[in-house]
Design a protein around this ligand. Structure first.
Ligand code: WTA
Length: 567
């Protein structure tokens, strides 16, 4: 029997106070995610239970019990407080998936500061715009990433502390840099947990839109209520599970379901901080006897590509439940998973802004390959008309996904960008910006995004950010960035570039431009292909029409071009 039991029964009598009761929380009480994820589990008698099993690139492993994560997060929190970090100060985590990232996250929350995780593959420009928007006061990082911060430090007077967790003492530290080695710092037995309440800010995650700079999605400590219950009912985590979430905490899945969900349930989780290889992933599952696995379609497609024979080399019989998020999970991947693992991947749908799973295939329920499943109990959802925002009554008709605001993990605003935040609400609904239809049993069928954001391998890339970076290259006069199809990543970035006079298209220039974007933004945002063109399609008012280029790449109808410049 799954944790959720009967979906219909749960949906009928739903109230978020089911989670509040289990977490011993009452309206108005103090609530602190850092405390809930470590101290509380120890108080429940599970101090010696394994919390985190970490394995790095070279096979090096570290293990932490719940008492260990309680103490180490205390130690980091205490250190930050000693520097003068106060409640609501932004503290950025800019690290690979090393233990300090997980423990630092909890430590920051314990002192009431706001955790701002950023993907460690970000280049200096991506890093700068996000730190600048948040006016980040401290950043915790590794020595391998310090050079990117040094490049932009002069533009960031508000960034007072650059904390390096693996500093080599034989090398000099530069301006504002501080060495902090967790293993050499005595554990702090007790710290005063900041008296955060439901609406106290907790996490700031940055997400990309079609236009403008990335938006800082502000979450609060009360998000725990949704994250706890969705982890329990959708991922079906139980007392003796060994859970593996493959997402990086630089993105929301890696925090909501890679830290907060599993730790608040007191479950053991494993982390693999190594690049992808099918052999290594299967070996990891076999070695740690992983039971619940939360991953993403791109990873699943990469495993499919590696073939069925490699699966047979390993004993994967420990696997009990598989789930996926981040991009459309194609039915072939679900069918393949049933064939090789003996169970399907259960798709889940949500966003950085929703903070927790909104639509999913629930354990025990019929999986329709290709569908995202049903709305989580208590979530009032529908698809609405693109123009009127009125709910669509006909089954199977495509509209915009819409949720009635009010679930606990819903974002509270976009950091310093209230105007764009307000635009996400129409006719009383929160509109995530995705198109879908709903069938006669209430299952959602994803159709596509309603904007130009590129979802490459589950990571959202803004065409605007890539175009802005391209414009900074000396050879680029104009550019337009769209997606093109890709078997593994579903879509990848493609740039159309119009060169300045004096520059000629060449393979060498092509690579130089790609590399320029990779360094500035990230490997994900780097165009996989550059097409040099003499001109770009524009509207009469001079706006570049990405839609036309996009349609060409995907072999789709171009549609109405009546506003084109030279039609
Ligand atoms: C897309 C990741 C299809 C969607 C948790 C959404 C999906 C965006 C699915 C959020 C899914 C997420 N099927 N598309 N199951 N899950 N998406 O903010 O476009 O990084 O709006 O959050 O990913 O991406 P984000």
């Amino acid at each position: 029997m799954s944790n959720i039991g009967s979906y219909d029964k749960r949906a009928k009598n739903f109230d978020w106070n089911i989670a509040e009761k289990e977490l011993d929380y009452k309206d108005g009480d103090l609530i602190n995610i850092g405390w809930y994820c470590s101290d509380r589990i120890c108080e429940m008698g599970k101090a010696d239970k394994m919390a985190l099993i970490w394995e790095g690139h070279a096979g090096k492993a570290k293990k932490y019990t719940y008492n260990d994560i309680r103490l180490t997060s205390n130690t980091i929190g205490d250190f930050l407080r000693g520097l003068g970090i106060k409640a609501e100060d932004r503290v950025c985590l800019f690290m690979d998936k090393i233990p300090e990232l997980y423990l630092g996250f909890l430590g920051i929350l314990k002192i009431g500061a706001i955790a701002q995780p950023l993907f460690s593959a970000f280049g200096d420009e991506s890093l700068f715009v996000r730190l600048d928007n948040a006016q980040t006061r401290a950043i915790i990082t590794q020595k391998k990433h310090v050079s990117k911060i040094r490049k932009i430090i002069d533009k960031m007077p508000y960034l007072e502390f650059i904390i390096v967790v693996d500093h080599d003492p034989s090398k000099p530290l530069q301006e504002r840099e501080i060495a902090f080695n967790l293993e050499e710092t005595p554990n702090v037995e007790n710290i005063e947990i900041h008296p955060t309440k439901a609406e106290s800010p907790s996490v700031l995650h940055y997400t990309s839109g079609t236009t403008g700079q990335p938006k800082g999605v502000k979450h609060v400590h009360y998000s725990l209520i949704s994250q706890y219950l969705t982890t329990k009912w959708v991922l079906d985590l139980r007392e003796d599970d060994v859970y593996w979430c493959t997402a990086d905490p630089g993105w929301v899945t890696g925090t909501s379901y890679g830290i907060i969900g599993p730790f608040s349930l007191g479950v053991t989780q494993c982390v693999l901080d190594a690049g992808f290889s099918a052999d290594n992933w299967y070996r990891f599952i076999e070695q740690y006897r992983v039971t619940v696995w939360y991953s993403a379609p791109t990873a699943i497609r990469s495993l499919m590509k590696a073939g069925d024979d490699v699966v047979k080399k390993y004993d994967l019989s420990s696997l009990r439940h598989l789930a996926s998020v981040g991009e459309p999970l194609n039915s072939e991947a679900v069918i393949w998973s049933e064939k090789v693992f003996g169970k399907p991947f259960y798709d889940t749908y949500w966003q950085t802004e929703t903070g927790s799973i909104m639509i999913s295939n629930f354990p025990g329920m019929k999986v329709k390959p290709g569908s995202m499943g049903l709305a989580f109990p208590g979530i009032d959802s529908c698809v609405v008309d693109v123009n009127t925002y009125e709910p669509i009554k006909e089954t199977g008709k495509v509209g915009l996904i819409a949720f009635r605001p009010g679930w606990p993990a819903m974002m509270r605003t976009y950091w310093r960008n209230e105007e764009v935040y307000n635009k996400k609400f129409q006719n009383g609904w929160y509109i995530p910006g995705d198109r879908s239809s709903i069938d006669n049993e209430g299952y959602f069928w994803f159709v596509g995004r309603d904007d130009d954001v590129i979802n490459t391998g589950g990571h959202l890339v803004s065409p605007f950010e890539v175009e802005s970076a391209l414009l900074e290259h000396e050879a680029v006069a104009e550019s337009a960035v769209v997606s093109k199809p890709d078997f593994v990543n579903m879509e990848v970035v493609k740039a159309f570039v119009n060169l300045k006079p004096g520059f000629e298209p060449s393979k060498e220039l092509d690579l130089k431009i790609m590399n320029f974007v990779r360094k500035k933004l990230s490997p994900l945002a780097m165009p996989q292909e550059i097409e040099f063109v003499d001109s770009l399609p524009k509207t009469r008012s001079g706006k570049i029409m990405r839609r036309i280029l996009h349609a060409k790449e995907w072999g789709e109808e171009i549609g109405d071009t009546s506003t084109l410049e030279d039609d």
